[in-house]
Design a protein around this ligand. Structure first.
Ligand SMILES: Cc1cc2nc3c(=O)[nH]c(=O)nc-3n(C[C@H](O)[C@H](O)[C@H](O)COP(=O)(O)OP(=O)(O)OC[C@H]3O[C@@H](n4cnc5c(N)ncnc54)[C@H](O)[C@@H]3O)c2cc1C
Length: 497
């Protein structure tokens, strides 16, 4: 077969100099989509390899979003997005149990404040009905009865009991952890740079060596169009749409019971007010189309977040804000998910343009990817596939009796390191030892929440660095916040005066 996606001389160069790692299916991208596909493909007798350019799993859009499991009434019926939102939501009921991922079915309210917004929620109501999602139209009084803190100028709302909230960090870690438990492999800090099809397989050149595979799944999020171009596929492009957020202290986490949205506009679902599964309050996101990736928050963006959140639920949010962040949506040049075989390279499957509700849809996308893989290689289920995964114990969630037992077994569980989130040294040690392990400060935050609280690490970060130094046997200077070039300590200045 003729080679594509690279010149003949490049391919010869690769073949001569590198001894490739072999696999049956290579997944590019360890966000929620790649992680869900990894978990599902590890059900089968296949050699599955997951790679990501980042230092940890779930490092891009899958960590910086609204963390909502969308009810499925927003995408247009008949689109792939609508189908996969629906399938994914249904699967999260089972998957969250199997993988011990925190999910709460809070329900959502989409508020309308004027005639055109009422028309918009009527459209959502019709959407919901046509795809058999339970939705209810509420008048002003019913809305205020259900959620008394919303702006009393509200005219009507759409209530969807099946919407919920999820811990997206835990979800990615659990999906990858489950895949690893079932025989999958992972390579981080591994950026895919070139893809070439040859007669004996697809060759993928990465920043950490060459991989030969039968099938490639492109789950590269914002960069999925770059991977497509590596395979000569130029019909699809992606641009970033930034969403900025403010996260508030847990003492105001219970301000709202439901996820509160405003009627959507042409560029998104608008700014929401929601609790997180950890009990914080979240407001945001903005919707800013950018020419190139830029995850910085801005004064204007945050002012928009505050103003829009106050229009939904009046509250002095600025007094309780503990952190701000921004995420980048992968906005494709067509307004639907692309989950399909490549048009140019046999063996490549694209999961591209996975904007919201990608987190909700991920299990549905993973099932669809398995169907597509089955057209290329036989899928035979492993007799010993284990669908369950449990994160190491979280001390603050355990009854006292079990806490005492843990502390008796390992005194490190009795040393409180993060006072805001009540995280012990033992839990940080576990985060560094579990599969997939935390390898940097953000990885610890995402697994056990140390540094995610009110002081944002002001108190505990030096102690965590010390634990990491001991456990990982690393010099201080090599400890990073999120991998490559994010070192937090540059040297020892004692005695250098
Ligand atoms: C502001 C915002 C709000 C959102 N809110 C919601 C919500 O409430 N509910 C919902 O359902 N969805 C929501 N979404 C959408 C959801 O977050 C995304 O659809 C989902 O996270 C996409 O997952 P992914 O795995 O496709 O991409 P990502 O999580 O971005 O993962 C892609 C991975 O690919 C890796 N990668 C890229 N290029 C390469 C390469 N060349 N080599 C190796 N690795 C590579 C990256 O490092 C990255 O880890 C929101 C998104 C944003 C940004």
């Amino acid at each position: 077969m003729a080679a594509s996606g690279g010149t003949r001389s490049e391919l010869d160069q690769i073949a001569k100099n590198d001894n490739p790692i072999n696999c049956d299916v290579l997944i590019i991208g360890a966000g929620i989509v790649g992680a869900a596909a990894f978990r599902e493909l590890c059900r089968y007798k296949l050699n599955v390899l997951l790679v990501d350019a980042n230092h940890d799993v779930g490092g891009d859009a899958s960590k910086a979003n609204s963390a909502i499991l969308h009810g499925g009434f927003d995408p247009n019926p008949g689109t792939l997005m609508s189908k996969l939102n629906h399938d994914g939501l249904a699967l999260w009921f089972a998957w969250s149990q199997e993988l011990s991922v925190d999910v709460e079915w809070t329900g959502s309210l989409v508020l309308a404040f004027n005639e055109s917004e009422i028309n918009e929620i009527t459209r959502l109501y019709e959407n919901g009905k046509s795809v058999k999602i339970p939705v209810k139209f509420l008048g002003r009084d019913e809305t205020l009865k259900r959620e008394p803190v919303v702006n009393p100028e509200v005219k009507a709302s759409l209530y969807a009991p099946v919407s919920g909230i999820i811990d997206p960090f835990q979800a990615v870690v659990a999906l990858v952890g489950n895949g690893l438990k079932n025989g999958g492999r992972i390579r981080l800090d591994t950026r895919v740079e070139e893809i070439s099809k040859r007669s004996d397989g697809i060759y993928v050149r990465t920043s950490s060596g060459l991989i030969r595979t039968k099938v490639v799944i492109n789950a590269a999020g914002l960069y999925a169009d770059q991977i497509m171009r590596m395979a000569g596929e130029n019909w699809f492009s992606i641009h970033p749409r930034r969403g900025q957020y403010m996260i508030l202290d847990k003492n105001v986490g219970n301000l709202v019971r439901h996820v509160i949205f405003r009627a959507p506009t042409s560029i998104g679902k608008g700014i929401l007010v929601s609790r997180t599964t950890h009990g914080n309050l979240l407001i945001g996101p903005t919707a800013e189309d950018l020419d190139k990736p830029d995850k910085r928050t801005t004064a204007e963006g945050l002012a928009t977040v505050l103003e829009s959140a106050k229009a939904l639920v009046p509250f002095p949010y600025e007094r309780f804000t503990i952190a701000q962040y921004a995420g980048l949506r992968a906005i494709g040049s067509i307004d639907d998910f692309v989950v399909a075989h490549s048009r140019t390279m046999e063996g490549l499957i694209n999961a591209a343009g996975i904007k919201s509700p990608g987190l909700t849809a991920a299990p549905g996308i993973a099932k669809e990817l398995c169907n597509l893989v089955s057209a290329l290689v036989p899928l035979e289920e492993k007799a010993n596939f284990d669908p369950y995964f449990e994160l190491p114990p979280i001390l603050r969630e355990l009854p006292y009796k079990y806490r005492e037992e843990l502390i008796k077994g390992n005194a490190a569980f009795g040393h409180m390191v993060c006072r805001c989130e009540l995280v012990s040294e033992g839990e940080i040690e576990n985060a560094l030892k579990m599969e997939p392990p935390a390898r940097d400060l953000d990885g610890i935050k995402r697994r056990v929440r140390a540094t995610a609280g009110r002081c944002q690490g002001g108190f505990c970060m030096p102690r965590i660095i010390d634990i990491m130094r001991k456990e990982l046997n690393l010099p201080y200077e090599n400890i990073t916040k999120f991998g490559n070039k994010s070192n937090v300590i540059y040297g020892d200045n004692r005695g250098n005066e």
